[in-house]
Design a protein around this ligand. Sequence first.
Ligand SMILES: [Zn+2]
Length: 317
Amino acid sequence: MRLALVAVLVLAAALMFAAFVWADQRTANELGRLMILEYHKVDYPEDRWTRTPENFRRDLETLYARGYRLQSLNALLDGRITVPAGTTPVVLTFDDSSPGQFRYVETNGALEIDPKCAVGILEAFLHEKPDFGRAATFYVLPGASKPNRLFNQPEYEGKKLQYLVSHGYEIGNHTLWHANLGKYDEAVVRLQIAEAQQWIQRHVPDYKIRTIALPHGVYPREVAWALRGSAKGTAYEHDAILMVAGGAALSPFARGFDPMRLPRIQVLERDLASWLAWFDKHPQERFVSDGDAATVTVPADRREKLKPDVKLRVIEK
Ligand SMILES: [Zn+2]
């Protein structure tokens, strides 16, 4: 009799534990929405266009603790979701190549990445949490005036771009010097884009730039001008155009996903907090990876929301 009681108690404890583990493991939903975050300056003091190094570090900690993992934008556009099962991809983007994003400093005669710049903070965090994943896209300005010209250390311009490319980061087009593309005719728009690419490729000749972020979020009169074309002997072709605002993005597998109008969330303290809270409140709207880049896992009752041209194997849950 007593033995039976012990058995029942053990069974109950096991069931409770199983339920706990189950609740902790998010159910895959690859039709959910995800965040493409947008940073400008990483510097002091905190303001509309500036995140302090400490706050940027805290953003990474917060995202990590809440089950977000870094995803490269290019892979996302290819529908290749590589973050682990149960986690949510998040994309980091940095606009305008300001000095605090990537800075080299000389310490005792040795050149090192400033631990207080965005790349330094990200690398230090990844050293502690390698499973956060290494990815971010830098929308640089190769022809801007100081201090936004390729992170503002002319002697290290090439070294920085080469570092980014060889460490799994991406470089994006943000025009030559931040031209408002809505103000110019076709020839100038194309020149701004083609020359930016040409100047970047002087340092990383084989690097293929696949995305463009619109300066001020302003589209040219014809979207096609930003998408593909050539000027001064340089041909460019983009798979996505990023806006400066618009909230959380649709899943790349969802009907309505529009790479010509990718929305972003600018990281202001309040805006990031409110989006994180929104996903906590609406867990069914959150993109959760199934951990397999070759399959798309979708809730059975949302199957009709899937894009018709998805080539991956679809699993209904
Ligand atoms: Zn910009």
